[in-house]
Design a protein around this ligand. Structure first.
Ligand code: ZN
Length: 166
Protein backbone atom coordinates (compact mmCIF):
# COMPACT_ATOMS: atom_id res chain seq x y z
CA UNK A 1 0.00 0.00 0.00
CA UNK A 2 1.11 3.54 -0.53
CA UNK A 3 0.04 7.03 0.37
CA UNK A 4 -0.96 8.90 -2.77
CA UNK A 5 -0.67 12.65 -3.32
CA UNK A 6 -4.02 14.44 -2.95
CA UNK A 7 -4.98 16.69 -5.85
CA UNK A 8 -6.06 20.22 -4.97
CA UNK A 9 -8.88 22.45 -6.25
CA UNK A 10 -7.05 23.84 -9.29
CA UNK A 11 -6.47 20.34 -10.74
CA UNK A 12 -8.75 19.71 -13.75
CA UNK A 13 -9.26 16.05 -12.76
CA UNK A 14 -11.43 17.27 -9.85
CA UNK A 15 -13.79 18.94 -12.35
CA UNK A 16 -14.33 15.89 -14.50
CA UNK A 17 -17.27 13.50 -14.26
CA UNK A 18 -15.60 10.21 -13.33
CA UNK A 19 -16.25 6.94 -15.21
CA UNK A 20 -18.12 3.96 -13.83
CA UNK A 21 -16.05 1.07 -12.49
CA UNK A 22 -16.81 -1.80 -14.86
CA UNK A 23 -15.03 -4.54 -12.98
CA UNK A 24 -13.30 -4.73 -9.60
CA UNK A 25 -9.95 -6.19 -10.59
CA UNK A 26 -6.59 -6.25 -8.80
CA UNK A 27 -5.81 -2.68 -9.86
CA UNK A 28 -9.08 -1.40 -8.36
CA UNK A 29 -8.43 -3.36 -5.17
CA UNK A 30 -4.96 -1.85 -4.90
CA UNK A 31 -6.38 1.63 -5.56
CA UNK A 32 -8.92 1.17 -2.74
CA UNK A 33 -6.18 0.03 -0.33
CA UNK A 34 -4.09 3.08 -1.26
CA UNK A 35 -7.11 5.39 -0.90
CA UNK A 36 -7.79 4.06 2.60
CA UNK A 37 -4.16 4.54 3.60
CA UNK A 38 -4.14 8.04 2.09
CA UNK A 39 -7.38 8.97 3.90
CA UNK A 40 -5.96 7.74 7.23
CA UNK A 41 -2.68 9.59 6.72
CA UNK A 42 -4.30 12.90 5.71
CA UNK A 43 -6.20 12.44 8.08
CA UNK A 44 -9.67 12.61 6.62
CA UNK A 45 -13.09 11.03 6.92
CA UNK A 46 -13.71 10.37 3.24
CA UNK A 47 -11.90 10.25 -0.08
CA UNK A 48 -12.96 9.89 -3.71
CA UNK A 49 -10.74 8.39 -6.44
CA UNK A 50 -10.49 11.65 -8.46
CA UNK A 51 -8.82 13.25 -5.41
CA UNK A 52 -5.87 10.90 -5.95
CA UNK A 53 -5.89 11.45 -9.70
CA UNK A 54 -8.01 8.49 -10.82
CA UNK A 55 -11.22 9.39 -12.70
CA UNK A 56 -13.30 6.47 -11.40
CA UNK A 57 -16.57 6.39 -9.44
CA UNK A 58 -15.12 4.99 -6.26
CA UNK A 59 -15.28 6.38 -2.71
CA UNK A 60 -14.12 5.46 0.78
CA UNK A 61 -15.89 6.87 3.82
CA UNK A 62 -14.97 6.56 7.50
CA UNK A 63 -16.44 9.09 9.93
CA UNK A 64 -15.18 8.98 13.53
CA UNK A 65 -16.37 5.88 15.42
CA UNK A 66 -18.10 4.47 12.33
CA UNK A 67 -17.07 1.47 10.24
CA UNK A 68 -15.19 1.97 7.00
CA UNK A 69 -17.36 1.90 3.88
CA UNK A 70 -16.03 1.33 0.36
CA UNK A 71 -18.55 2.06 -2.37
CA UNK A 72 -18.23 1.36 -6.08
CA UNK A 73 -20.37 3.45 -8.47
CA UNK A 74 -22.19 5.24 -5.61
CA UNK A 75 -25.33 7.25 -6.23
CA UNK A 76 -27.90 9.03 -4.12
CA UNK A 77 -31.33 7.49 -4.66
CA UNK A 78 -33.26 9.42 -2.02
CA UNK A 79 -32.65 12.65 -0.13
CA UNK A 80 -34.62 14.73 2.32
CA UNK A 81 -34.50 17.61 4.81
CA UNK A 82 -32.01 20.28 3.85
CA UNK A 83 -29.94 21.93 6.55
CA UNK A 84 -26.82 24.02 6.89
CA UNK A 85 -23.44 22.39 7.56
CA UNK A 86 -19.84 23.47 7.70
CA UNK A 87 -17.47 21.23 5.81
CA UNK A 88 -13.88 20.97 4.72
CA UNK A 89 -12.19 19.15 1.87
CA UNK A 90 -8.76 17.52 1.62
CA UNK A 91 -8.53 19.08 -1.86
CA UNK A 92 -9.18 22.59 -0.45
CA UNK A 93 -6.74 22.55 2.48
CA UNK A 94 -6.97 25.13 5.23
CA UNK A 95 -10.55 26.23 4.56
CA UNK A 96 -14.09 25.35 5.57
CA UNK A 97 -17.34 26.46 4.01
CA UNK A 98 -20.97 26.71 5.05
CA UNK A 99 -23.49 25.19 2.67
CA UNK A 100 -26.76 23.33 2.50
CA UNK A 101 -26.86 19.53 2.43
CA UNK A 102 -29.55 16.93 2.82
CA UNK A 103 -29.79 15.62 6.36
CA UNK A 104 -30.93 12.16 5.26
CA UNK A 105 -29.92 10.25 2.15
CA UNK A 106 -30.17 6.73 0.81
CA UNK A 107 -27.04 5.78 -1.10
CA UNK A 108 -26.82 2.88 -3.51
CA UNK A 109 -23.68 1.23 -4.87
CA UNK A 110 -21.72 -1.98 -4.88
CA UNK A 111 -19.16 -3.36 -2.48
CA UNK A 112 -15.82 -4.76 -3.66
CA UNK A 113 -17.37 -8.23 -4.01
CA UNK A 114 -19.89 -6.80 -6.49
CA UNK A 115 -22.86 -7.07 -4.15
CA UNK A 116 -25.40 -4.25 -4.33
CA UNK A 117 -25.65 -2.25 -1.13
CA UNK A 118 -28.07 0.41 0.02
CA UNK A 119 -27.18 2.59 2.98
CA UNK A 120 -29.50 4.93 4.81
CA UNK A 121 -27.40 7.73 6.25
CA UNK A 122 -28.22 10.65 8.51
CA UNK A 123 -26.45 13.84 9.55
CA UNK A 124 -22.66 13.74 9.29
CA UNK A 125 -22.51 10.40 7.45
CA UNK A 126 -25.08 11.73 4.97
CA UNK A 127 -22.95 14.85 4.49
CA UNK A 128 -19.81 12.81 3.80
CA UNK A 129 -21.62 10.69 1.19
CA UNK A 130 -22.94 13.79 -0.57
CA UNK A 131 -19.46 15.35 -0.50
CA UNK A 132 -17.75 12.24 -1.95
CA UNK A 133 -20.44 11.60 -4.57
CA UNK A 134 -20.05 15.25 -5.62
CA UNK A 135 -16.34 14.52 -6.15
CA UNK A 136 -17.06 11.69 -8.63
CA UNK A 137 -19.38 14.11 -10.44
CA UNK A 138 -16.66 16.76 -10.71
CA UNK A 139 -18.17 19.04 -8.06
CA UNK A 140 -16.36 20.61 -5.11
CA UNK A 141 -18.18 21.98 -2.06
CA UNK A 142 -16.88 25.45 -2.90
CA UNK A 143 -19.12 25.28 -6.01
CA UNK A 144 -22.15 24.97 -3.73
CA UNK A 145 -21.51 28.06 -1.59
CA UNK A 146 -24.15 30.80 -1.86
CA UNK A 147 -21.45 33.47 -1.77
CA UNK A 148 -17.65 33.70 -1.35
CA UNK A 149 -18.02 34.86 2.27
CA UNK A 150 -19.40 31.41 3.12
CA UNK A 151 -15.79 30.23 2.80
CA UNK A 152 -13.40 30.92 5.63
CA UNK A 153 -9.80 30.18 6.44
CA UNK A 154 -9.20 27.88 9.40
CA UNK A 155 -7.46 29.43 12.37
CA UNK A 156 -4.38 27.56 13.67
CA UNK A 157 -6.41 26.61 16.76
CA UNK A 158 -8.90 24.78 14.55
CA UNK A 159 -6.58 22.06 13.30
CA UNK A 160 -8.99 19.63 14.94
CA UNK A 161 -11.67 20.61 12.46
CA UNK A 162 -9.44 19.93 9.53
CA UNK A 163 -9.30 16.31 10.63
CA UNK A 164 -12.91 16.09 9.53
CA UNK A 165 -11.98 16.97 5.95
CA UNK A 166 -13.39 14.85 3.17
ZN1 ZN B 1 -13.44 16.73 -0.68
Amino acid sequence: MSILPIRTYDDPILRRKASRVKRVDASVEKLVADMIETMHAAPGVGLAAPQVGVPLRLIVVEPPDEPLIVLVNPEIVRASKEYEVEEGCLSVPGYVGTLRRFQQVVVKGRDLAGKEVRIKADDFLAEVFQHEIDHVNGILYIDRLDSPDKLRKLRPSEVQQEELAE
